[in-house]
Write a protein that binds this ligand. Structure first.
Ligand code: URA
Length: 204
């Protein structure tokens, strides 16, 4: 496996990586998605947020978390006092996986093989950025970062030290918050998410 050359220019290395990712064929998802959606943000960010995979709007825009889940994410960040432009935001899987239903493209979950194939990219991003704090948004991101299957409710709320340095916090995925039908529970869960983010902000 190629690693980032020590001493090489960080920005140039990241740009080369991002450009290389555009042509990725490590799994089959590139065949259907519009484009690779790579991570974005400052390379000296102290927090790296990791989502699952781009959704419909991210696939079209080429940027992570710009659709409905992105709006929930942005709102929660703001409430927690985290400035989005100061953090690095990426996904465990960098192509949109979907099922076509009529005109709609319905999100489908990436499988273990796709998460594994795409881990190559996130490993490179993490090697370059070395964030002191990584936030796994949901189970797919947690699986990618921790290399094991975890139950969010069991690992939520306290930092998990990482072998490569830094720590990982696991919390819910913003899409989960969008899907809660009961208004009261939705408010409660959004608040819990903001509370997680505040704790994370204080670590970074
Ligand atoms: N959901 C994700 O996990 N990532 C995105 O970029 C958008 C929606």
């Amino acid at each position: 496996e190629r690693r980032i050359e020590p001493g090489s220019n960080l920005r140039a290395s990241w740009e080369a990586l991002m450009k290389e990712a555009r042509g990725c064929t490590r799994c089959d998802l590139y065949k259907h998605g519009t484009q690779t959606v790579f991570g974005e943000g400052p390379l000296d960010a102290t927090i790296m947020f990791v989502g699952e995979q781009p959704g419909d709007q991210e696939d079209l825009a080429g940027r992570p978390f710009v659709g409905p889940a992105g709006q929930v994410f942005d709102e929660a960040l703001e409430k927690a006092g985290i400035v989005r432009s100061e953090v690095y935001v990426t996904n465990a899987v960098k192509h949109f996986k979907f099922e076509q239903r009529g005109k709609k493209r319905i999100h489908s979950k990436p499988n273990a093989g796709e998460i594994e194939a795409c881990r190559w990219w996130i490993d490179q991003e993490r090697t370059l950025i070395r964030p002191p704090v990584t936030v796994a948004l949901g189970a797919t991101a947690a699986r990618s970062i921790l290399d094991k299957v975890v139950t969010i409710s069991k690992v939520r709320g306290s930092p998990i030290p990482l072998a490569e340095g830094g720590e990982c916090w696991v919390t819910v995925h913003p899409s989960f918050l969008l899907r809660i039908p009961e208004p009261e529970r939705r408010v409660e869960e959004r608040q819990k998410f903001v509370d997680d983010l505040k704790r994370i902000r204080d670590r970074a």
